[in-house]
Ligand binder design. Structure first.
Ligand SMILES: [Mg+2]
Length: 207
């Protein structure tokens, strides 16, 4: 088990070292820093994307659109996707998970997908960009993991939107990854009322 993940751990340690050096010379953890951070994808609004000059989203799946191995999207996600679609935002799922996992979920939501994307490498992002027919500068990576989604975006110099994971994983490997992420979790979240279907702006203001 541990032997299988040793290359990943070596990469993490290397990136941590690079990041601390970067911090020492004043880089402010640029490798692990997202452009913006929100609590959930439902807080990403067309206005926010317009302010970032983003016209397409490269969406992570697990713990971003739903929890691991869950075949149903998280609460509010289908409505949010419709809102994005109506605003003309192109979207594609870019996941490191298998085609068996990603394909039915993407089909249910009517989204295209790239599976086995090997984030933080850029392979999946490039494939997604080609299918979306948008320049890289108009794309943003959306995801819950610093060492795959956010690092991958920064290595490819893409904009990124960090979302808090929907739930914390219980496997030892994920627990370690989450612990290593702690110093790099964004401190500030953009405060936007969560989009809830049939809820009026007055009701949201009262909260
Ligand atoms: Mg994820």
């Amino acid at each position: 088990m541990i032997k299988k993940h040793l290359p990943v751990l070596y990469c993490l340690i290397l990136f941590l070292q690079v990041s601390f050096i970067e911090s020492y010379v004043g880089g402010d953890f640029l490798l692990f820093k997202s452009t913006v951070a929100v609590n959930t994808v439902c807080q990403i609004t067309p206005a926010l994307l317009e302010s970032m000059d983003v016209k397409g989203l490269l969406l992570d799946l697990d713990n971003t659109l739903t929890t691991h191995d869950n075949h149903k999207p998280a609460k509010g996600v289908p409505e949010w996707l419709k809102e994005m679609d109506a605003a003309g935002i192109k979207m594609i799922i870019v996941s490191n998970n298998s085609e068996e996992r990603v394909s039915p979920f993407a089909a249910m939501l009517g989204l295209d997908f790239v599976s086995h994307s090997k984030k933080p490498l850029s392979k999946g992002f490039k494939e997604a960009r080609n299918r979306m027919d948008l320049p890289f500068e108009n794309l943003a990576v959306v995801g819950d993991q610093i060492f795959t989604d956010i690092l991958g975006a920064n290595l490819k110099r893409l904009k990124s939107i960090y979302v808090d994971p929907i739930e914390h994983e219980k496997t030892p490997f994920f627990k370690l990854k989450r612990r290593l992420e702690v110093p790099f979790i964004p401190k500030k979240r953009i405060e936007i009322p969560i989009f809830v279907e049939n809820e009026t702006k007055e009701e949201q203001k009262r909260k």
